[in-house]
Design a binder for this molecule. Structure first.
Ligand code: GLN
Length: 212
């Protein structure tokens, strides 16, 4: 079902106002992201070709296997269109392998360097409560699956959460990344934060007050 709509806004919401969010569907965990976005009232669309990026209000790059995803992005001619859209201000959420894809060594969009499989040389998956700045005092239950962490961050990058002293959630302008899988739990706060990046509702008060 290429380009099919995976999730639609809940009954009663106004479809014309719903954000159209593309979820990269080359491989990996895209369906759960579509469902999470749909529960928040967004209109999630699977993306496999450059045409399907047209007119989107946001993009999600899900988890998966970053080497495979890298090859598929290049083969599908998706790298440059995604770079152009995000550079033009379209919000992007990268989770796990998606975080890796946004770093300096891959799409080169975020000023971060990811370290693959950082939590152990063997397959290492675990769940942990993580407090994320901007998402309230209640920690998020985070599912890490052979996760990366962020090894280096540039000066424009805001670290929103850490595990064992290593950044696992970060934001730079319209770009948000998480090393874990927020789509695998019922907690929708990280997806909500991503949707807010496109609405101008997420800026800290001190930034808002300097606006004219
Ligand atoms: N270990 C994977 C990689 O390096 C990422 C795992 C994931 O996305 N869950 O590509």
């Amino acid at each position: 079902m290429v380009g099919s709509v995976e999730a639609t806004p809940p009954a009663g919401s106004d479809e014309r106002l719903a954000s159209r969010i593309g979820v990269l569907a080359l491989q990996g965990g895209f369906e759960a992201h579509c469902a999470a976005l749909g529960r928040l009232g967004a209109h999630a669309v699977e993306v496999r070709t450059p045409d399907e990026l047209e007119g989107l209000d946001g993009i999600v790059i899900p988890g998966g296997e970053s080497t495979t995803m890298d090859i598929q992005l290049a083969a599908g001619g998706l790298e440059q269109p995604i770079r152009d859209m995000v550079a033009a201000g379209v919000p992007v959420l990268g989770t796990c392998a998606g975080l890796i894809m946004l770093d300096r060594a891959h799409l080169g969009l975020m000023d971060i360097e990811a370290r693959r499989n950082a939590f152990g040389r063997q397959v290492r998956s675990f769940e942990q409560d993580v407090t994320v700045r901007g998402l309230g005092d209640e920690p998020l239950r985070a599912v890490f699956i052979r996760a990366p962490w962020i090894e280096h961050t540039g000066s424009g990058v805001e670290v929103l959460a850490e595990v064992d002293g290593h950044p696992v959630v970060a934001r730079e302008r319209n770009m948000l990344v998480a090393a874990f899988h927020p789509e695998l739990t019922d907690d929708l706060r990280l997806h909500a934060l991503f949707l807010a990046l496109g609405s101008g509702q997420d800026m800290p008060a001190h930034e808002r007050s300097s606006e004219t």
